[in-house]
Design a binder for this molecule. Sequence first.
Ligand SMILES: *[C@@H]1O[C@H](CO)[C@@H](O)[C@H](O)[C@H]1NC(C)=O
Ligand SMILES: *[C@@H]1O[C@H](CO)[C@@H](O)[C@H](O)[C@H]1NC(C)=O
Ligand SMILES: *[C@@H]1O[C@H](CO)[C@@H](O)[C@H](O)[C@H]1NC(C)=O
Ligand SMILES: *[C@@H]1O[C@H](CO)[C@@H](O)[C@H](O)[C@H]1NC(C)=O
Ligand SMILES: *[C@@H]1O[C@H](CO)[C@@H](O)[C@H](O)[C@H]1NC(C)=O
Ligand SMILES: *[C@@H]1O[C@H](CO)[C@@H](O)[C@H](O)[C@H]1NC(C)=O
Ligand SMILES: *[C@@H]1O[C@H](CO)[C@@H](O)[C@H](O)[C@H]1NC(C)=O
Ligand SMILES: *[C@@H]1O[C@H](CO)[C@@H](O)[C@H](O)[C@H]1NC(C)=O
Ligand SMILES: *[C@@H]1O[C@H](CO)[C@@H](O)[C@H](O)[C@H]1NC(C)=O
Ligand SMILES: *[C@@H]1O[C@H](CO)[C@@H](O)[C@H](O)[C@H]1NC(C)=O
Length: 592
Amino acid sequence: MGLFGLRFYCLVCIGLVLSSGVCYGGDPFANFDLEFAYVTASPLGVPQQVIAVNGKFPGPVLNVTTNYNVVVNVRNQLDESLLVTWPGIEMRRSSWQDGVLGTNCPIPAKWNWTYQFQVKDQIGSYYYVPSINFQRAAGGFGGFVITNRKIISLPFNTPDGDIVITIGDWYTRSHKDLRDALDDGKELGMPDGVLINGKGPFQYNSSVPDGIEHATLNVDPGKTYRVRVVNVGVSTCLNFRIQNHNLLLAEAEGHYTSQQNYTSLDIHVGQSYSFLVTMDQNASSDYYVVASARFVNQSEWQRVTGVAVLHYSNSKGKASGPLPDPPSDGNDNSYAVNQAMSIRMNNSASGARPNPQGSFRYGSINVTDVYTLRNIPPTTIDGKLRATYNGISFVNPNTPVRLADNYKLKGSYKLDFPSKPLNRPPTMDRSLINATYKAFVEIVLENNDTVVQSFHMDGYSFFVVGMAYGEWTENSRGSYNRWDAIARSTTQVFPGGWTAILVYLDNVGAWNLRTVNLDRWYLGQETYMRIVNPEDDGQKTEQPPPDNVFFCGDLAHFQKPQRSAAALSIQELTKLNFKLLLTLAAVVYMVI
Ligand SMILES: *[C@@H]1O[C@H](CO)[C@@H](O)[C@H](O)[C@H]1NC(C)=O
Ligand SMILES: *[C@@H]1O[C@H](CO)[C@@H](O)[C@H](O)[C@H]1NC(C)=O
Ligand SMILES: *[C@@H]1O[C@H](CO)[C@@H](O)[C@H](O)[C@H]1NC(C)=O
Ligand SMILES: *[C@@H]1O[C@H](CO)[C@@H](O)[C@H](O)[C@H]1NC(C)=O
Ligand SMILES: *[C@@H]1O[C@H](CO)[C@@H](O)[C@H](O)[C@H]1NC(C)=O
Ligand SMILES: *[C@@H]1O[C@H](CO)[C@@H](O)[C@H](O)[C@H]1NC(C)=O
Ligand SMILES: *[C@@H]1O[C@H](CO)[C@@H](O)[C@H](O)[C@H]1NC(C)=O
Ligand SMILES: *[C@@H]1O[C@H](CO)[C@@H](O)[C@H](O)[C@H]1NC(C)=O
Ligand SMILES: *[C@@H]1O[C@H](CO)[C@@H](O)[C@H](O)[C@H]1NC(C)=O
Ligand SMILES: *[C@@H]1O[C@H](CO)[C@@H](O)[C@H](O)[C@H]1NC(C)=O
């Protein structure tokens, strides 16, 4: 429940109806106030500046229920602009709330901006994270949970507890140093560690220095917990495992999976999962919780291993001995692909709505458009190190795409993104995909880089129908899973391999397609799909810009100055309450 609780939701709802006309069918409101500010922390034993949310690193978990209207006032107390994005939250018909540069003007330092969106028909495990200025490498992230409505049953017994875990690679250099390095054409190199819930490794052996604080998960014997794990790191795929415990996979990014036990699972950057973990061991000691780097040289990367502790309330001692082994797949790269494709949808389970997840028979729908997105290792363009899809390194328009459209601004972006790689030198450009509303599209992701990558699409879940090493050909379609492919919003693409996804473009707006690997994203490996209903030019199908929309770029002259978000005056607060009282009085009057 929000910081202000739900007690006032009726009041807020009435206020909103009258003041902006936006209120969604009486669904409850959840209000959050999030202050993003620097604090000093030493997760790896070295003091450094991290981005805390409401004083916490990682930030607080936001916990709402399907269909809630979520109101989040983001206060930017950093010394630079900020945008917060919500990967996997579909923001239906309202890319205004997506929090990336193609949809939102950044929130200037010391200003605030209030996001408002409905988590329509969504359940599951998500997160929030800064999307600009490389800030994710410094924190500013936290879990975002959407619980099912009481009337929709879970496809498993109600767990005894709910635990959110963030994992991620971590540098002791500041996010500004890291982005300066990239600006100077340098790669980031190996991270300094892996954090679990913002904490460094438990001292499992003498290779871990003294004085590092580790995370502890407290549990009771015999109970079953829903453990939600999100990889919020910069660019490292992490293998997640809990010593002696089965991970029963139950959910991937908002969709219930066919439940299966894993001893460990690879979690790529930006991905999230729920596991049901039963505390069925004898607690002769605590157990290790491990997140270790994958698809890298194991002997060099051993020192960057995240280790937390699973502590039973009846535990008889500390965890000791070697860590549980990572997968021993050596040079057998089929292991990881097979594991990824073993994650399948439970077609008979209800998702956020009572109808089963499998009722959208994606496998029998004809594809109307095909896009291939191919990336290569970072390359020099106009003297700068840049990363690309189809030879285009994306440059953000000065004015967000749909805002420019609303104000009939011409020329702030181009709709010429190539639908497949072209044989021409790479360029930097403001090229978007001119996608067709309600098209059923196939996107083939081809990774010609040397590192494994995560691909994410905002505004949608897509079906991950195929994945393999080697070249994609038309024959590859024969291998697609057309029955129970998992729907999710972030998928891995192996180096020298491809991943194929299917997605139904029924959500209007401008939606970011990106690599989640932060270094590559920062260097321009992204674009947008502009999806507009041609019948109304987006005027009716899409929500209008919110009342509090920020203006920037070619529309900056419309932006009124804002006073410090920290110092919202009493006068202003009174005005706010007065407005609410007035609307309430009006309602009471109307009722009488
Ligand atoms: C900033 O926060 C105040 C409440 O403290 C809110 O009324 C205002 O709408 C917010 N500003 C924007 C631009 O969202
Ligand atoms: C799929 O969901 C159904 C319906 O909730 C549930 O009974 C069943 O156990 C689930 N099957 C698997 C394999 O997860
Ligand atoms: C979220 O709230 C529900 C109750 O609405 C609770 O059962 C669950 O444990 C909470 N989860 C987290 C991660 O806080
Ligand atoms: C510490 O553990 C790592 C990984 O399990 C192992 O490779 C290393 O040899 C150990 N170091 C010492 C000093 O025991
Ligand atoms: C998962 O493993 C547990 C034992 O820890 C077992 O009881 C359960 O049946 C397994 N579930 C599946 C779906 O294999
Ligand atoms: C507890 O389990 C461990 C590992 O399964 C086993 O080695 C140990 O003997 C057990 N201890 C007790 C007291 O049963
Ligand atoms: C992994 O790193 C070790 C230590 O730097 C090095 O000796 C070894 O050759 C590397 N292995 C591969 C496959 O690159
Ligand atoms: C899909 O295309 C095939 C052949 O092009 C056609 O026969 C079939 O009717 C189409 N199916 C649907 C559902 O439109
Ligand atoms: C975008 O696509 C639509 C058809 O879906 C087409 O009518 C329009 O001309 C295209 N716009 C550009 C700039 O290519
Ligand atoms: C990248 O593409 C080139 C040319 O097609 C090919 O020779 C090379 O093997 C590819 N590398 C990877 C990692 O995919």
